[in-house]
Each structure stands twice: as C-alpha cells, then as structure tokens.
Design a protein around this ligand. Structure first.
Ligand SMILES: [Mn+2]
Length: 468
C-alpha cells in the first residue's frame, strides 16, 4: 500500500528536535521553539477572512469570545486525547488546549477583525516534561493574532474591555468549555448580554473552500485505501477488531492522527445497531458485515460505509436488499445538484426503496399509509445525507424557511439504507436481519455532483471480485 502525503509537516519538523543528544535536557532559551503550524494547509489570509466575516455578522458594539475544548482526565492522571473544538479551529487554525480567542472589530467603523489570543505558555519543568507550545509569541507570529497573552490573563483583560462600556453584547460558545465559562461568569465584571454564536459560525462553515475540499479529498483517499485493504482481508473467522486495527494502521501510516469517529465494524446481528462500535465479534460465513469508517486529515473528516458479504458472495436475499439500496444511491447521485433540496432527495430515495420492497413482496402494506404514519421508518431509520467537514456531522445550513437547499461546494455524506429486523412480522422472514447501507462522500459542483470516494467500488460484482 502506498503512503500518501503526511499532513502535519510542521509537527514532524519540531518533533525531530525532541531527540536531543544533550543528556541533561534543554533548558530555557536552549529549547527549540515549536515551528510553524500545519505548513501544508495553514493559510493566514483564509483564517483572517473568516474572522472578518464573523465580525461582519455581529453588531458593531459586540465582541466574540470563542473558546476551544478543555482537557479531561480519563482515569488516574491519564487524559483523554485532545482535539480542538471545530468552531475555534475554523476561526484561528490554532490547535492547542487552554486557549481563548477574542475577536472584535479593529474599530467600530470597520469590519476588519482584530484577534486577541489567550494561550498556554510553558517554561521550566513544564517545558521539559511536556514539550514546547506556540505560546503568546507563536500566536502572533504564526496565527495572525494582533496581540496574545498567557491564558491566565483572559479574565482580567476581558474585564478591562468590558469596563470601557463599548460592548453591549458578547457572542460566545461558552458551552464548549465550562472552565472558561466559570471563570468568565465569576470574574466580577459587569456581564453584558451573552449571545450564542454557534449558528453564525455554522452558517459560515457550510460552503467549503478549495483548500477544505482538498483536505476532505485527502481524508477520503486514505479511507478508500483502508477499505480497499479490508475488502481483501474479510472472510469467515476474522474478528471485527482486526478490520478496526487495519484502519487505524493505514490512517496513521498516512500521517493522520485519528479516525473522524469511532469505527463501526458490525457483523451478523450487530448490523442492526446503528452506531455499534464494540468491534469484538468473530465474523461467520454467510453473514453481512457493515463497515462505517472515515479518517480525519488535517482535522477534516471522511465518512464512508460499505456492506459486505463475509463469505465474499452476497446471498440472493442480501443481493436483493443491497441492490435496492444501490439503486436509491445511484438515483440520488444523479439528482444531487445546486438548488435541489435535501428533502426532495430524501423523498426520492425513500419512495424508490418502498416501491421496490413492496413490488418484491418483501414488506407488506400500502406505500401512502407507510409514509403518512411514518411506519416506513422501521426500515429506513436515519436521514439520507449530512454535510461533512471539520465535523463528521457538519452543520446543515439553517434557512429561514427551514429548507435544506444544496449549494455548490457543499460536501455531503450520502447514506441510503434499509434495515429489516428479525421478528418483524411486516417483513418476509427470508429477509429478517438483512440490512444494507452504502455511504459515499459527494461534492456539489456547479451543475451536479462529484463522488469523492468513487474509487471504492459500490457495485455487487466489483465488490465480490475484490473480495476474492
Ligand atoms: Mn454518515
């Protein structure tokens, strides 16, 4: 398997300095600074433009306070892996914990944003034990901060800003970090109105830039490589965790830090659990295995699902259900385009799948009744699609009308599916426990859409060939 381009060049460069020959260890000024961030994708102008857009979207007498995730202990003194909050990263590109960004107009009459950052500084033992951080100097040098201070200065300085009386409101995402929220609310400052900023940033994140599309494509390419390897590995007797481990291996080999969400390898009866991620079971001949995986690349997610026959060949019942889902998938790919609504695509795929299930006598009932009573949801439980980006379930645009209209340069995971449960008397017994989900990532283009994960086969014959 080929190794794709590593994502975090800057990280690799500074980590080389960690291997010092000096047995006493570096101290103070001798310790190398952390080098420039994410050279492969950090673009200062892009992040500045996002902050300009943010201050343009809030009143001129407001300032934004954007916080990132806190760190949490898992057990004893071992912490959970830190991953920056997506909104914070989107506006700053900064990916260390213990940071706050104050974003406000440079002056009331302009919509150019000023960035004031509060970040961690490490010296002495903390530096030697934990390694370098960007620090306030790095926040200015690499992340376009107009000024930056140690994290502890956030509360006193915000108090000072509020004391000027220039701010009637604060647009914040305090729910992301209770530690920052507590210190803010107990600061003794006269607190102006606090407004939830999340909806504004969600809207900004809907349309992807060329750079973001490229990062998602990289995440998709690594994920497709992992799936391709898995196809030749699956056979009766293989454990679910073996596939999970293969995916971890391939994503790390490609310079990715983690999967975008817990990998699902659900075989046999586990296939009915939508977010099954225990991955402990041994696969048996004749079963299906549903695999939902996507890596994170430069903090951008891929999200792909394939439903595979453990023995390498679909049984007639499995092929029938898979074929219906595949037809829905192909119909939706043909129809997805700018100005088409998500609900139109959802109805298109739902109607097609219900028609086929009824025509073939797999389920009983009347289509109009199934829809009117929502009882079709016992077979089609989840939505058809969701945007992907910094989060695997990126926000859908919230239009005033409540519509979800597709736009050029949105990226979506499409995931038509059918689940037929054991014991469901509305389902032909030959089809009990037969399920299928197909999920691919698509980019909405000027006229239609492009399947970013098209290199991973989706047709029955192609899958069976690769599994041989
Ligand atoms: Mn998905």
């Amino acid at each position: 398997m080929g190794k794709l381009k590593p994502v975090v060049l800057g990280f690799l460069l500074w980590s080389m300095f960690a291997c010092s020959d000096d047995m006493t260890g570096p101290e103070g000024d001798e310790f190398p600074e952390k080098l420039a961030p994410y050279e492969t994708y950090y673009d200062a102008a892009t992040f500045q433009q996002r902050r300009d857009d943010l201050v343009g979207s809030i009143p001129s007498d407001a300032m934004a306070v954007i916080v990132t995730n806190d760190t949490y202990l898992r057990n004893g003194d071992v912490g959970y892996e830190f991953r920056p909050a997506s909104h914070f990263f989107y506006l700053t590109g900064f990916d260390e914990p213990n940071a706050v960004a104050v974003i406000r107009r440079k002056s009331p009459s302009v919509s150019t944003a000023e960035l004031i950052m509060f970040v961690e500084k490490r010296e002495g033992a903390a530096l030697q034990w934990l390694g370098p951080v960007y620090g306030p100097e790095g926040a200015v040098e690499y992340f376009g901060a107009d000024s930056a201070y140690e994290y502890e200065n956030f509360v006193p300085l915000v108090r000072l800003y509020l004391g000027t009386g220039s701010y009637q409101s604060i647009y914040a995402n305090f729910e992301t970090n209770q530690t920052v929220a507590d210190s803010f609310y107990s600061s003794g400052a006269e607190i102006p109105t606090v407004v939830d900023v999340n909806g504004i940033i969600e809207k900004m994140r809907v349309i992807k830039s060329p750079l973001e599309i490229d990062l998602i494509q990289q995440a998709v390419d690594v994920s497709v490589q992992a799936f391709t390897e898995a196809l030749s590995m699956i056979e009766p007797g293989v454990y679910e965790y073996e596939v999970d481990a293969l995916f971890d291996y391939i994503l790390r080999l490609n310079g990715c830090s983690r999967a975008a969400f817990p990998t699902i390898v659900a075989s046999g009866p586990n296939i009915n659990i939508l977010h099954y991620d225990e991955n402990q079971r041994q696969m048996q001949a004749g079963e299906l295995v549903m695999i939902d995986f996507g890596t994170e690349y430069g903090y951008y997610a891929a999200d792909i699902t394939r439903t595979l026959p453990v023995s390498g060949t679909f049984s007639p019942a499995q092929a029938t259900i898979y074929g219906i889902v595949l037809e829905a998938y192909q119909t939706v790919v043909q129809a997805a385009a700018p100005e088409v609504s998500y609900y139109a695509l959802y109805n298109l795929s739902r109607d097609l799948m219900l028609d086929r299930l009824l025509e073939k006598g797999i389920i009983t009932g009347n289509k109009a009744d199934l829809i009117a009573t929502y009882s079709y949801r016992r077979y089609i439980q989840a939505g058809l699609a969701h945007p992907i980006g910094l989060d695997v379930h990126d926000p859908f645009p919230r239009e005033e009308s409540g519509d979800k209209i597709l736009k050029e340069n949105m990226v979506l995971a499409l995931e038509p599916h059918i689940y037929l449960y054991e014991g469901d008397l509305t389902v032909d017994q030959d089809y009990w426990d037969v399920c299928a989900r197909i999920e691919d990532d698509i980019l909405i283009t000027a006229a239609c859409c492009e399947v970013l994960s098209a290199e991973l086969p989706v047709e029955i014959e192609a899958i069976e060939k690769l599994m041989k």
